[in-house]
Structure formats: C-alpha cells, structure tokens
Design a protein around this ligand. Structure first.
Ligand SMILES: NC(=O)c1ccc[n+]([C@@H]2O[C@H](COP(=O)([O-])OP(=O)(O)OC[C@H]3O[C@@H](n4cnc5c(N)ncnc54)[C@H](OP(=O)(O)O)[C@@H]3O)[C@@H](O)[C@H]2O)c1
Length: 157
C-alpha cells in the first residue's frame, strides 16, 4: 500500500543519523565491497555500532579476514573465487553491500568490456548472483536478506 503523503512529508524531518534498534543487526554477517574508504568504510562503522556481529570489509588493499579474499571486480575469476570462499567459509551472510565502483575518463578494457561496465555492472551482478544461494539459505534461518548496490549502475538497489 502506498505511503500517505502526510507520512512521507513528516519523515523528511527525521534527525540524522537514523539509528535502528540494535536487535536489527544483532548476530548478523554483512559483506561490504570497497570498504577501505568513504561510503563503504562509514557503512562498516555504522553497522558495527548497531551491533552487527561480523562485517567483512571486502577491499582490495586490506588483508583478507576469515580467509575470504576480497574480489577484484576487474577480473571475473577473482569474483568467483571470492564468492566461493565466502559461501564455504562463512556460516551465514545476511547482507551484501555492493559499494565498490569506478568511473574512468579513458576507455580501457576489463574482461573484454569497457572497464567501468565490467566493474559496476557485470562483476557487481556476478557477485550478487553467486552469493544469492548463501543469502537465501541464511534467510531461511534468520528471516531476511538484503543486497544493496551503490555502484553507479549496479543491478540491485
Ligand atoms: N561519492 C559520491 O558522490 C557517489 C555518487 C554516486 C555513486 N557513488 C558510488 O558509490 C560507491 C562509493 O563511492 P565513494 O565515493 O564512497 O567511494 P570511492 O572513493 O569511489 O571508492 C570506490 C571503492 O570501490 C573500490 N573499487 C574500485 N574499483 C574496484 C575493483 N576493480 N575491484 C574492487 N574494488 C574496486 C575502491 O577500491 P580501491 O581503493 O582498491 O580502488 C574503493 O574502495 C562507488 O561505487 C561510487 O561509484 C558515489
């Protein structure tokens, strides 16, 4: 059902940051790509602050944790390897936050496609599809899962 306009109008005046109750993320495992900087890093900080048990910072320049190698979105094999490790080695995945993205002012290729299309669309979609079974399996036990994408033209929002 559509939200009444009056409610929508009132909600625009909520004070930031909006802090969800700690139970929302309690015990949950989140994966955030591109979490070494800016929006991704801040998302990781916020999730930790509201009680997420495990926040996997999937960033190329960070040492892998729990033996999940971060994906390099230029390379599909890297995405596949990372998704497999996450599926095999994590007991649950509640949310995938696909924040990594890139824009180039020069035409370059990655995996036979223009590089930003490979990173922001193809690899982002590939990672989501490969992690979907684990997200769904976790959701059976823990009720819901989320895939969020902030890359410029990602597959899910
Ligand atoms: N900030 C904005 O105004 C804005 C607006 C619209 C959309 N966005 C999108 O929101 C997301 C975050 O933006 P931001 O400004 O916080 O971050 P950012 O400074 O653009 O950083 C992007 C992140 O993506 C990672 N990344 C780039 N290419 C990658 C690759 N091939 N494989 C794996 N990781 C890769 C980077 O890792 P490395 O450090 O290893 O390169 C970095 O962690 C991006 O997807 C951006 O396109 C941002």
């Amino acid at each position: 059902m559509a939200m009444p306009f009056s409610q929508f109008f009132r909600e625009q005046w909520q004070e930031l940051p909006i802090i969800p109750p700690k139970e929302t993320c309690s015990g949950a495992t989140h994966i955030i790509t591109g979490a070494n900087t800016r929006l991704g890093l801040e998302a990781a900080r916020q999730l930790t602050a509201i009680g997420a048990s495990r926040v996997i910072l999937a960033a190329r320049n960070l040492e892998p944790v729990v033996e999940v190698r971060p994906p390099d979105l230029n390379i599909h094999d890297s995405v596949k390897a990372s998704a497999k490790q996450a599926t095999d080695r994590l007991d649950r995945i509640d949310a995938l936050i696909e924040n990594a993205g890139a824009a180039y002012d020069r035409y370059t290729l990655a995996e036979d496609h223009e590089a930003s299309a490979t990173i922001n669309v193809l690899s982002t979609f590939l990672l989501a599809v490969l992690l979907l079974p684990k997200l769904k399996e976790s959701a059976k036990r823990f009720l819901s899962y989320h895939i969020l994408s902030s890359s410029p033209a990602g597959p899910a929002g």
